[in-house]
Design a protein around this ligand. Structure first.
Ligand SMILES: *[C@@H]1O[C@H](CO)[C@@H](O)[C@H](O)[C@H]1NC(C)=O
Ligand SMILES: *[C@@H]1O[C@H](CO)[C@@H](O)[C@H](O)[C@H]1NC(C)=O
Ligand SMILES: *[C@@H]1O[C@H](CO)[C@@H](O)[C@H](O)[C@H]1NC(C)=O
Ligand SMILES: *[C@@H]1O[C@H](CO)[C@@H](O)[C@H](O)[C@H]1NC(C)=O
Ligand SMILES: *[C@@H]1O[C@H](CO)[C@@H](O)[C@H](O)[C@H]1NC(C)=O
Ligand SMILES: *[C@@H]1O[C@H](CO)[C@@H](O)[C@H](O)[C@H]1NC(C)=O
Ligand SMILES: *[C@@H]1O[C@H](CO)[C@@H](O)[C@H](O)[C@H]1NC(C)=O
Length: 489
């Protein structure tokens, strides 16, 4: 009976896992199987002959059965977003990706040809060489092949170290970048391109890849005896992946924040004694699709939405055993701020603007992070303070009292939800609002965390004020308690 019940309870989780698994293999499969397709196309000859120099080079590459995946953001945008003709493309260089298992075959064949070939190689730590970029030049046109090196569940493209002429700006090879496996289509000139070009371009913006600090991570184990906690990982990894997956699908930027960012950078994993996981999001990208994704989500459901959509919004997600926080960062001048609420008090943390985000690997999955993780951590914890583990008496230096929610806003600033995604109206949810409210509420307004457009009438005043001036003192005590670090970093 136990098993059946377990299966039943976790049915949606299992379905979700199965779904992502199938999707993943489909993707790799399409790219690999394409050799078959090339054969048929080749024997039939290509329908669309072109005089373009690029076409001439493709034609030779095709005979090699090298599958080219167009990843050049400019050209993808030109062909598939603006829908312009390839033959009119004025470009000196086009970037394609090939997987590293095809490199040998390629090099052998292209030794004796009319093309000029240059190769960017790196010496690895184990003295092997790794070929990272190949430039095929013919009549001043260059096909740039960026080599995809498999890395965990995605690919990496290394930085190019070959000198190039000054007017060439590489889109890949300019820096280390991550590329996720994608489903592909075939272009009439027989190269592949991502099926969802706009999504691929969206991912490109945050593809710059950063490694965690292996030296610090080893120190955490050797010096501080802080090892990765297997049972904590068990609770955390799947929900974190689910959040990243969902936000990527919705094309909402996020970054690993607070202790989660610190865990990635300092431990190359999680801080072993951490109690939750934090994600930051851009307030200007908020829309209800995010709430809808997490309402009743089988892996990490929206437990509570705190704050208002335009002020200090925070989602607390709960798996049943582990809490994950999403908080929205509001742009203001040259920085951002995000809110944290303790009863009716609003606190704010100051964050950098984060104009671009980067990528990292955590648990074998790509996650987004700030592009300067160390300066982000300096801002959160104090310069270099985070480099050694702190367990006791830590104070949030980056948490300032801002104001109290006024009575009208307070009515809307807390919404709790059931695991099934329904608004909670039980005593617990009711008390949360009512205990800090000067007015009597008899029901929880069904509005989401947005003030309604029309003027709001407050409910009747409580006959006995429970929230007068004496309680204010109690509140300020709570305030100072909350700025003292309860969570550990
Ligand atoms: C290719 O060039 C030849 C002669 O220069 C011309 O007749 C032909 O129309 C061109 N083909 C295309 C597809 O532009
Ligand atoms: C983690 O989960 C796996 C599978 O659910 C289980 O076999 C393993 O014992 C768990 N490990 C810990 C330390 O809880
Ligand atoms: C490991 O994680 C579990 C589950 O979160 C927690 O109960 C336990 O205290 C952690 N162990 C250590 C040594 O931090
Ligand atoms: C491309 O991906 C985005 C984000 O997942 C999605 O909203 C959009 O519908 C997709 N477009 C196509 C044509 O599949
Ligand atoms: C949020 O919106 C409300 C009502 O539209 C407004 O009174 C309030 O000032 C806004 N808050 C912020 C932080 O902009
Ligand atoms: C924490 O702070 C209190 C008061 O500031 C102090 O008495 C105590 O020794 C501190 N504990 C540690 C472990 O630093
Ligand atoms: C509650 O009402 C009292 C009396 O009107 C007022 O003095 C007090 O500031 C109110 N409390 C809050 C938190 O708004």
């Amino acid at each position: 009976m136990g098993l059946i019940r377990l299966l039943y309870q976790n049915k949606s989780v299992i379905l979700f896992c199965l779904f992502t698994y199938v999707l993943f293999w489909l993707t790799i499969g399409t790219f690999k199987q394409s050799t078959e397709l090339n054969k048929t196309q080749q024997s039939n000859g290509l329908k669309h002959r072109s005089n373009s120099t690029f076409y001439f080079i493709f034609d030779h590459l095709l005979q090699l059965k090298v599958n080219l995946l167009l990843i050049d953001p400019y050209v993808l945008n030109y062909l598939f977003i603006e829908q312009l003709s390839f033959d009119k493309l004025e470009r000196q260089l086009i970037t394609f990706a090939i997987t590293d298992d095809l490199v040998e075959r390629f090099i052998q064949y292209f030794q004796e040809t009319i093309f000029s070939i240059t190769i960017s190689e790196n010496i690895l730590s184990n003295h092997k060489t790794s070929i990272d970029h190949i430039f095929i030049e013919y009549k001043q046109k260059i096909i740039h092949l960026a080599i995809l090196h498999k890395y965990k569940s995605f690919y990496l493209i290394e930085e190019n170290i070959l000198p190039l002429s000054e007017n060439i700006q590489l889109s890949y090879g300019d820096t280390l970048r991550a590329v996720e496996p994608v489903e592909v289509n075939v272009h009439e000139y027989s190269f592949f391109y991502p099926q969802n070009v706009s999504h691929f371009l969206w991912l490109y913006q945050t593809s710059k890849f950063l490694h965690c600090n292996r030296v610090l991570a080893d120190e955490m184990e050797d010096q501080f005896h802080l090892y990765q906690n297997a049972s904590q990982l068990n609770l955390t990894v799947t929900p974190m992946k689910n959040i990243a997956y969902g936000l990527n699908e919705l094309e909402k930027h996020y970054w690993l924040a607070g202790g989660t960012l610190l865990g990635w950078y300092r431990h190359c994993g999680l801080i072993p004694f951490t109690q939750d996981a934090d994600f930051g999001l851009f307030a200007e990208e908020y829309d209800e699709s995010i709430r809808n994704y997490f309402l009743g989500n089988p892996i990490a459901y929206l437990w509570g939405a705190l704050g208002l959509v335009n002020d200090s919004l925070e989602f607390r997600l709960y798996t049943g055993r582990f809490t994950l926080d999403l908080f929205w960062a509001y742009r203001e001048g040259d920085h951002r701020w995000c809110g944290y609420q303790v009863h009716r008090a609003k606190f704010r943390r100051t964050l950098p603007l984060l104009e671009t985000l980067c990528s990292c690997d955590l648990f074998g999955t790509r996650f987004s992070i700030p592009c300067s993780p160390t300066s982000y951590l300096d801002g959160e914890y104090g310069k270099d303070k985070w480099k050694s583990p702190l367990e006791k008496n830590y104070t949030w230096i980056n948490m300032k009292f801002h104001s109290l929610w006024n009575d009208i806003s307070w009515m809307y600033a807390v919404r709790l939800y059931t695991r099934q995604g329904k608004l909670r109206t039980d005593q617990f949810a009711f008390d949360w609002i009512s205990n800090h409210f000067n007015y009597s509420i008899t029901s929880i307004p069904s509005f989401f965390n947005i003030l309604p457009n029309e003027p709001v009438t407050l409910p009747p005043l409580k006959t006995k004020l429970v929230y007068g001036s004496p309680i204010k003192k109690k509140k300020s005590r709570k305030k100072s308690k909350s700025t003292r670090k309860k969570r550990l970093i």
